[in-house]
Design a protein around this ligand. Sequence first.
Ligand code: F0G
Length: 450
Amino acid sequence: MTKQMVAPGIEQQPSELRCIACAALIVKPNQSFRCPSCGDLLEIAFPGWKSEQATLNPESLKRLWGSRRTSLAAIDQSGVWRFRELLPFLADPEKIITLHEGNTPLFELPQCARSAGVDHLLAKHQGMNPTGSFKDTGMTVAASVARAEGFRWVGCASTGNTSASMAAYAARGGMRSLVLIPEGKIAWGKLSQALDYGALTCELKTDFDGCLRILTEVVQRMPVYLLNSVNPYRIEGQKTTAIELLEQLDWQAPDHIIVPGGNLGNSSAIGKALLELKALGFTASLPKLSIIQAEGANALVRTMRETGGKELIAVKAETAASAIRIGNPASWKKAVRVLQETGGTVEQVSEAEIAAAKAEIGAEGIGCEPASAVTLAGLKKLVKSRFVKRKESVVLILTGHLLKDPDYTIKFHRGELPAGGTDQQRTPLVLDATVDAVIGALKRAEAVPS
Ligand code: F0G
């Protein structure tokens, strides 16, 4: 990023790539974004922030970010690049691929608050991004880096949303995209997006973890830029969920933020942002970041409970919340660090609890995909265990749009999924095509309290 793209009087700090385990500095990352010495993941660090904090004055940056909302420049309208002072450099801003990502709403969920047992509950809906999931916030940054580095091909393994997002950003940026997905295991909404956006889409006879293993080999043999969340530029873009959330709360951090956990890039990103914002003085307090998984894909939960976060316990994943059907999460070490540094916790929820929670979020006129609903299901358990207190403020991160997985929703309402003791099932009525039949249905519905 050039200096003129940064605020007057605020100097953009250079970033560096560092190994999360051995702290080795990496000048040029290899294709798989692994440390050449110890093989662990990389992260982006901003060494200048420590020594020259005055150049990152929180109050002037808050004002500047607010004022960009009225700018007509595409990078100011992006809810990611609006916060570019806290993101890595891009030498050529012309290479930025943006679809007006971010800028997602924060909704009150009063009925869900009641059923969970808290006074006040908010949901930040990342499913309102351009391709319908939180992936767009990271993709705008990492895809732009791929384009700036001259790649013709980008690639990802995916449970669906990453592939939809990557295919869109690649298409907008004039690059081709390679998608590896587990055969028959991704929701139609997501597959249809990848196809429409022009990706070379390969369904492999394996699970997500197998797809990622194969892609990691492919990128070492072919000039394909890896866009999974092991790519640390993805994580940087996804930090803006937390920055934008705090801005929407007038920089008063909530007590708790609750996110779903799959490959664990998103929780790592939100946690990294919270720790950076606190260190830089944007907020006085640090929310506890908690991560919820499906019982059938609970690698992090087991890792925390059985090894205290020291060793990964990989699992053979199975859940109808297909977005988080992941058994060997790549970013588990980053997620453990975030849990430990923010004081958050992990929880797991059953298939029935997920289905019921999803319907409750839908009944507020909001809706989300199943993987997002683990947050509400998890909150209920965290309130019961008194980790979350009734008076504390809680924000759920809803990661994907309701329309990503309509099959799941229809199966639930037809009674084909476990319902978790909910009264939220609404089967469509098949009626004679008469006025009387419809009025009769209306009267019967009126007699049932909503
Ligand atoms: N929610 C949704 C809707 C997702 O698509 C994902 C991950 C997650 C939660 C979990 O986020 O992996 O950062 O912990 N989807 C990836 C994909 C894996 O390929 O679309 P995570």
